[in-house]
Ligand binder design. Sequence first.
Ligand SMILES: [Zn+2]
Length: 171
Amino acid sequence: MDMLRQSNQPVLRFMADAMLGRLARWLRILGYDTVYEKVIADEVLIERVVRENRWLLTRDGHLAQRKVLRGRHTVIERDDLADQLRQLHQDLKIDLDMNRQRGYRCADCNVALISLSRDDARPLVPPFVAQQYRAFLQCPHCRRAFWPGTHWHDLLGRVTAIREGSMGDRT
Ligand SMILES: [Zn+2]
């Protein structure tokens, strides 16, 4: 793991196994490109990890032993989401923060959000939101609009709590 800490290599791209749907959604919210499919055969999963040069996250120690992965994997040790995120923070130095430079991704689609003008956002959000906020983001895939409102701050608060170790998995 030391190599990871020292190098300036690009941000890791992940592939989460079928057991790790919630973790995958959170990694996307944090801006990490994370592929996850609810139903996927092991062979297809491994093939995609190799072809797309992803880092495998798995609960399955046997799967992680595949030679073709050449060590590019992390075996997630616990079921608790906060523990899982903390493990990745420790082992892979993922950033437990929402980072504008890394960008944001749609939790459903794993697609990078793009900025959206207030005029374009207007038909997609409640009127009071369109009045109150200037900056919006949109998922180019599902078209959902996002803004730095209450929900956003809730997410940020949870991530901060997880980073600081003060919160377990309560939801
Ligand atoms: Zn989307």
